[in-house]
Write a new protein. Sequence first.
Length: 701
Amino acid sequence: MTPPFSTILEAARAASHFAERALTAYPELIGWLEKSSAAPLPAEFFSFAAAGDADEADFDRDLRLRRRQWFLHTLLRDVGGLASFDQTLAAITAFAEAAVRAATGFHRARLMQAWGLDSAATGALSELVVVGMGKLGGGELNVSSDIDLIFVHAEDGSANATRSWHEFHSELGKRIIRSLDTIDANGFVFRVDMRLRPFGASGPLVGSLASLENYFITQARAWERYAWLKGRALTGSAANIGALEALVKPFVYRRYHDYAAIDEMRELHRQIRAEAERRNRLDDIKVGPGGIREVEFVAQLAQLIRGGREPALQTRSTREALALLPKLGIIDAPRAAELAGAYRYLRDLEHRLQYLDDQQTQALPTGEADRQRVARAMGHTSWEELLPALARHRGVVSREFNALFASPAKEGAGRVADDPLETRIGQLAAASGLDDDAQAAVRGRVESWLRASRTASLSPRVRGRIEGLLPAMLSAAAADSGAEATFFRLFDLVDAIDRREAYLALLAEYPAVLQRLARIANKSAWAADYVRRHPILLDELLDARLAAPIDWAAERQRLREACDRTDGDVEQQYEILRHTKQSLTFRLNVADIDGRIGIMALSDELTLLADLLVDTTLVLAARAIGLHAGAPDWTPVPGLAVIGYGKLGSKELGYASDLDLVFVAADEADGQALTRLVQRVLSWLNSMTAGGVLYDTDLRL
C-alpha cells in the first residue's frame, strides 16, 4: 500500500538538505509534487523553451527551473518507494539526454542564423554529434553526476565564406557547455566534463570523424577502449551517428577474445586505486575496494574480452552486462545474483549520498546527523545497522573482482625470475622427476626456441609472456606422468600462437586453464593437436558449459541466431558453422577424456552434431540461392530429403569421420533448382577456409 503523500514528503525532507532548502524557498513545488509524483514525468516536461523567440537567458533559466523540479521529483519517488531502481536510473538519464538535446538544438539554430547557414543546404555537415560517455552513455547516470561528453562533427571544410565547420562546431560546443554547466542564481543543470575527448583537456574541443578515426588508429590508449565502450550518440543526423558507430565498434570490440585486456584493465585499476590512496578516498564507495568501479570492471572485462564474438555483450549498460555473465558461463548464477545485488545496493547508497546536498560525491558522511539521514533513506534503522550490510556487499564485489583481476604472479604463473630461462627450466625439469634424457630434451627444446630467428622477431612484450609461460607449462605438465611429451605438446601450441598475444594472455592470466590444457594434452595427442590447429578453442576452457552435457536445443538456437545476425555474409556464416563444429567436438572430446561419456554415447553425440550442421547448411545454402524465402525462416527446404548412410546413418561417427550422403528430390520438385542447391550444400561442407573443412562428403552410395 502506498504511504500518504505527507509521509513520502517527510521522508524526502529527512533525506536531503537540498530538498529542505528548495521546498522552503519554493513552497509551490509541494503541490506540483503531490500531483506528479505518482508516475514518471511525462514527455511534455522535457519540452524546454528551445524554439520560437526565447532568448538565451530564458532558455537557461527554464533548464535550471526544470532541473530543480526533476531533482525533487526523482528524490521523492526514489526515497518514497514509488520508483524502482531501474525507473530511477531511467528518470535521471532521460532528463540529462533531454537537456543536452535541447541545448544543442537551441544553440545550433541560433548559430546557423548568425552565420547565414541553411539546414537544408548544409545537411549533415551542420549537425553536431554529442556523445554521452560513462554512465550517461550507459543509461545509468547518478542523480547529481557530472556528464562526460565528446563532440564530433562530420568533416572539416568551409562553412561559409570566412569560417570553417570546425570553428562553427567549436563555438556550438562552447555554448552548449555554458548553458548546462554555468552556475547562476537558479543553480546549474549538469557539470560537464570533456576530458575523455581525444588528447584529453589539451585536445581540441571538437573533432571530425576522420580525425577521430586517425586518433583511434595512431594515438588512443588502452583505457580509451574501456571509456568508448559506453559511448552513445545523443544528437546528430542518422548518417553521422552511423559513421561514428562504424568507427567505434572495431576500436572497442576485437574480432577475437581479447584476454590481453585483463592486463590493461588491471593497470587502469591500479592507477585509480593509487589516486584514491593519494586523496585518502579508500572508503569511497565508487573507487575504494569493493566499490562501484570494481563491479563495472567485472562486467566490462567480459565485454572487452568476449564482446567481439558475443554480440549480446555489446551493451552499454552495466546491469545488462551483469545479467549476461551467468548465461555465457562466465560466473555461475548465484554469484552473479549476489554481484548484481551488491551493485544495486551501492548505487542506491550513492544516490542517497548525493541527495543530501546535490553534490557529486561517493564519500560516506562523517557527521552523525547526516549518517542517520542516509541510513534511514536506505531502509536501515541506524548507521550501525548500515555498516555491516555495506561491508557484506563490498565483500561480494571484492571477491568477484579479485577472482578475475588477481595478478597471475601471485599464483605462480607467468612469473619471470632473475635467473636465466634455461636455468629455471633445468631446475624445474630436475624437480619434476624427469630422467636425464628427458631433462636434456626439454632444455634442448627451450634453447632452440631462444636461438630461433622467429623468437628474435617477437616483440619484447610477447617474448616476456612466453618466457613467463614456459616454466608454468612445465610445472603443469609434471602433474601427470609423461611430462616430457605433454610439455612438447604445449610448446607446439605456443609456437602456433606466438603472434596472438590474446591467447598467450589467456594462458598466463588463468593458471587453471593451463592446468586443464596440460591434462588434456597428456591424455590425448589428438586433442592437443586439435587445439593447436584451432587455438580459438582455448576459450572453451573458461566456459562453465564445458563440464556439462550438451543442450542440443540450446545449441541449435544459438547457431541459428548467430547465422541470422550475419544473414547474407556467406564467409562469416562459413566460419560460424566451422567454429560450432570445433567447439562442440572439443567439448565432447573433453568429456571423453574425463570419462564422462561412453563410446556409444559419444558416437550418438557426434552424429547429432553432424545432423545439426547439415540441417543448418541446407537452409543457409537455400537462402543464398533464393530458394528459401524469408531470412529468419528455419523450416526445412521443401521437396528435398538428405539421407545419411554409413556411419552417419548408423550413428557411429568418430571425430574425423566423413559423411556418406544421398539427396532425394520429390517427384513434383524443381530438379534443376534442387541440383543447384545440392551443389551449393556440398560446397559449403567441403570448402577449405581459415576454420578448416566442415566435413568431407562421399556421395558414391
